[in-house]
Design a protein around this ligand. Structure first.
Ligand code: KG4
Ligand code: ZN
Length: 333
């Protein structure tokens, strides 16, 4: 059995084909970074128009690379949300069209659950309960999975997402978009201990995240110390900022581990590509003697292979929400 998945929740047009043994036959991702770079962030209207232009060729390419004809596809999957509604609708309409034409099942997939699935795609035996930390440009959330396909949200950001503040600070410093990869690269030349950033303070005992304070502290430092790429401590500033984000994430993870005593840890989402965060996360897991799983970098950022994998799981466990074309996009979880 072959499944073709489409992902257009934000600014990547993606399509992938997986076999039912979870072998990835193709995983095509077309980034719109160049289109949004001049604006320092995603412009929703431009994103949806670009998806319209490219979706057809990306789906064709995913079939070509997989060496399959569209008639050989047995099921379709598509991201329903959360994401930019205009962008989601492009993928959703396309998927509904082909599924209807070929009279095949169509599985609607949640983007956040798909990010978590990326870890299972590469490691079939992750022990439950799993504590999953999802860190991306649009989301920063922690989920507890007591068993496969059961997601309990235990904390989420109350303001900015971690990737979002990397993108915003990069924009403020004219470093380009997306900010995460640029800051990661420049940070390697800096001392992460040079600038002190505090941990986000929560007045209640919730496991929610908050990153707006860190962003404000960074902006204040930039103004006060006139930080630019000519400043002698420019790289130190970026390294300290990146390390502060990692520290804030692991601080929450530490609390969640002590409350829920999971059997394993997962780190996923676009920011999980970050080398410092990956290393800090693995060191944390080792200290707590917990097996830890991070998808390979290509499966951390938005892609359709993770969408296909989750759909396969749902088809297997028969937890498919809908075989009909009655799927709607949703902007928020
Ligand atoms: O998961 P993703 O592709 O899209 C969303 O669902 O949001 O994540 C994109 C985010 C952006 O904020 C980008 O700056 C960040 O992931 N990112 C990184 C790295 N690569 C991408 N952040 C830190 N280090 C990286 N290497
Ligand atoms: Zn994402």
């Amino acid at each position: 059995m072959y499944i073709l998945a489409i992902e257009t929740s934000c600014d990547e047009t993606a399509a992938a084909v997986l076999r039912d043994d979870f072998e990835i036959l193709s995983n095509i991702v077309l980034s719109q970074d160049e289109i949004h770079a001049p604006y320092g962030g995603v412009v929703p209207e431009l994103a949806s128009r670009q998806h319209v232009k490219t979706i057809d060729s990306i789906v064709r390419e995913s079939l070509n690379v997989a060496g399959l004809k569209i008639e050989q596809i047995d099921a379709y999957a598509v991201t329903q949300g959360p994401g930019l509604v205009g962008s989601l609708i492009v993928g959703l309409s396309f998927a509904k069209g082909v599924a209807y034409y070929f009279q095949k099942p169509l599985v609607g997939i949640d983007h956040l659950q798909a990010h978590i699935e990326a870890a299972f795609l590469e490691n079939r035996d992750i022990p439950f309960p799993v504590l999953a930390l999802l860190v991306s440009g649009g989301h920063t959330s922690a989920f507890l999975l007591r068993r496969k396909l059961h997601y309990d949200l235990i904390g989420k950001t109350r303001d900015d997402a971690a990737g979002e503040i990397l993108d915003k600070i990069a924009k403020f410093l004219d470093l380009g978009y997306p900010g995460g990869p640029v800051i990661e690269k420049l940070s390697t030349k800096g001392n992460p201990k040079k600038f002190a950033f505090g941990l986000p303070r929560m007045t209640d005992r919730s496991l929610d995240f908050s990153f707006s304070g860190l962003k404000t502290a960074a902006l204040k430092l930039i103004k006060e110390k006139k930080i630019s790429n000519e400043h002698p401590h420019f790289f130190d500033f970026l390294a300290s900022f990146e390390a502060a984000i990692s520290r804030a994430l692991l601080h929450r993870l530490r609390q969640a581990v002590s409350i829920f005593t999971p059997k394993s840890l997962v780190l996923c989402g676009g920011v999980a590509r970050n080398r410092r965060l990956r290393a800090d996360f693995l060191a944390f897991a080792q200290k707590h003697r917990l097996p830890a799983f991070i998808p390979s970098p290509k499966l951390c950022t938005d892609n359709a292979a993770m969408v296909a994998a989750l759909a396969l799981e749902k088809l297997r466990g028969q937890e498919v929400t809908s075989f009909s074309l009655d799927l709607n996009a949703y902007p928020r979880s």
